[in-house]
Design a protein. Structure first.
Length: 335
């Protein structure tokens, strides 16, 4: 099986969060065959029923290559042309999984061991797999997380702060609005206050950004609404504490801010000779919380086509990533 064939095989398994079981079975079986001929071992680490991380280890691991096996919806199967492999997860992150496996195969063939592969569930929703793995570390000193970074080593990634903003009102006939209390108007006032919050900047990561992602509420055009809610997402450049308090204060008296998720921004190491960048998206790295070692972030593909119906990965970049992962591992294995 070539790296292109493995990528397509993985893409063709629907693993939209939280339905990762089938792709987990496939990877465990594939890696078990590799481990059987190279003196490694493979474990299925349960996260919850029918969901588990897959770990393959060769000796006491110093470097762990890791990424996630779930994808965003909707699922669509693979296809390829001369330049690209297309399909859900092609770059985020099933092509990366394939490149990591082929890189480890090449390292083992040259007698280089002390490596691990860790493939986790749930990154696209709540990092459930990474949080579980953080409680079951194996002594690794470095973890190389795979996300589509255009084959550049990332010096920093933004964090994430999600809130549900909920406003309550009182229903009334719209002809007599004075008898009711509009939850939608309260919510709009609260969101306007949130939009005026001055957000932090970081010299490496740049500015925090705010997105009002969803708004729901009301019952009918002629009814004063008694309930309204919105979901907001802030890309953090720090630990998020000041922004968290600012949001809570901004909506006070108009709505309630219910925190859903907070992942701090992360600064990561560089490796001499590798091109670097920074990214605005969030990864599993904060959820690992250092338990699998010093984090690095690298992967082929572009985040700009991930989560779209044009998701794809360059075949040339995929092949180059196999070599790049080997280079990174070899440098990190040096005393």
């Amino acid at each position: 099986m070539t790296v292109f064939e493995l990528t397509r095989a993985l893409v063709d398994i629907d693993s939209v969060t939280p339905n990762e079981e089938a792709v987990g079975v496939y990877l465990a079986d594939y890696l078990s065959k590799l481990a059987a001929t190279t003196g490694g071992r493979v474990e299925r680490l349960e996260v919850e029923p029918h969901r588990y991380n897959v770990l393959a280890v060769w000796d006491a691991p110093v470097v762990t290559l890791s990424t996630h096996i779930d994808t965003v919806p909707p699922f669509f199967a693979s296809r390829e042309d001369d330049e690209f492999i297309w399909g859900r997860g092609a770059c985020d992150t099933k092509g990366i999984i394939a490149a990591m496996i082929f890189a480890v195969e090449a390292l083992l063939a040259r007698g280089e061991r002390r490596v691990a592969l860790l493939f986790v569930v749930g990154e696209e929703r709540n990092s459930a797999g990474a949080f579980a793995a953080a409680k079951d570390s194996r002594g690794s000193k470095y973890i190389v997380n795979g996300e589509p970074t255009e084959s550049k080593l990332v010096l920093g990634s933004k964090g994430a702060l999600r809130f549900e903003i909920v406003a309550q009102g009182r229903m009334a006939h719209s002809a007599y609005p004075q008898l009711g209390e509009s939850a939608i108007e309260k919510l709009l006032d609260a969101l306007e206050r949130v939009r005026r919050i001055p957000l932090p900047n970081d010299p490496i990561l740049g500015a925090s950004t705010l997105n009002i992602g969803t708004i729901q509420g009301g019952r009918a055009p002629n009814v004063i609404p008694d309930h309204a809610r919105a979901e907001i997402f802030i890309r953090l450049v720090d630990d998020g504490e000041a922004t968290r308090q600012a949001v809570i204060a901004a909506v006070a008296g108009k709505a309630e801010a219910k925190e859903v998720l907070c992942i701090p921004a992360v600064h990561m190491g560089a490796i001499e000779g590798l091109e670097t960048s920074v990214v605005a998206f969030t990864t599993d790295i904060p959820a690992f919380n250092g338990s699998w070692g010093t984090p690095y972030l690298f992967g082929p593909g572009s985040i700009h086509v991930a989560h779209t119906d044009e998701e794809r990965i360059s075949k040339r970049e995929l092949l180059a990533a196999i070599e790049m992962y080997q280079t990174i591992v070899r440098q990190l294995l040096q005393p």
